[in-house]
Design a protein around this ligand. Structure first.
Ligand SMILES: [Zn+2]
Length: 186
């Protein structure tokens, strides 16, 4: 995972431009190749609660892999619908689904403002992973409440405040299993 993080410290937006130009999400798995590069294999498309339509449930159904990804293509403001806004940070549903995956060590959310890497620190080496800690559950609940309060999609002006609020929740709850790092594009 350290090698992946090393790679993400100089990630460029042009790496993902082809996918971020769509207004729907793309998800898939990430494979590490022998030459040390990472191959992103898109498997399915869909939308989650960050995609802008709350009545459209998480529809990405992909076989679990060690490293997964999906896109948050809307951005703030969205490149097509100028007044709409899609946040880059993982949604409550993203966090919940990620922690439920028993084989997935890391999941990347590829957004307009960089890559958000979620890592699961509770995956057991031999036995099945422990159930997510209480702090993780409370963190996810608080993100869920934040989403309900702000009724996405929001206007672009609210985005910095939303992201700030999201990170405040992350820092105050200090989840024990889930670890999130933001890698801005270089
Ligand atoms: Zn998402």
């Amino acid at each position: 995972m350290d090698r992946l993080k090393q790679r993400l410290t100089h990630v460029s937006k042009s790496d993902f431009n082809d996918w971020l130009k769509y207004d729907h999400e793309i998800g898939g798995s990430v494979k590490r190749k022998r030459d040390g590069s990472y191959e992103f294999v898109p498997l399915s498309t869909g939308s989650d609660s960050h995609g802008g339509s709350s009545d459209d449930p998480w529809t990405i159904r992909i076989p679990s892999s060690k490293i997964m990804f999906h896109t948050h293509p809307l951005g703030c403001p969205d490149h097509k619908h100028k007044d709409l806004c899609g946040y880059g940070v993982p949604s409550a549903r993203d966090l919940e689904q990620f922690l439920d995956e028993e084989k997935t060590e890391a999941h990347m959310v590829i957004a307009q403002d960089g890559v958000y890497l979620m890592e699961n620190k509770c995956l057991g080496k031999r036995s099945r992973r422990r159930s997510p800690g209480e702090r993780d559950k409370r963190f996810i609940q608080s993100v869920d409440q934040l989403e309900k309060q702000t009724q996405q999609p929001q206007h672009a002006a609210d985005a910095p405040e939303y992201h700030q609020h999201w990170w405040q929740l992350y820092k105050s709850h200090r989840p024990s299993c889930i670890d999130v790092t933001h890698f801005p594009y270089q």
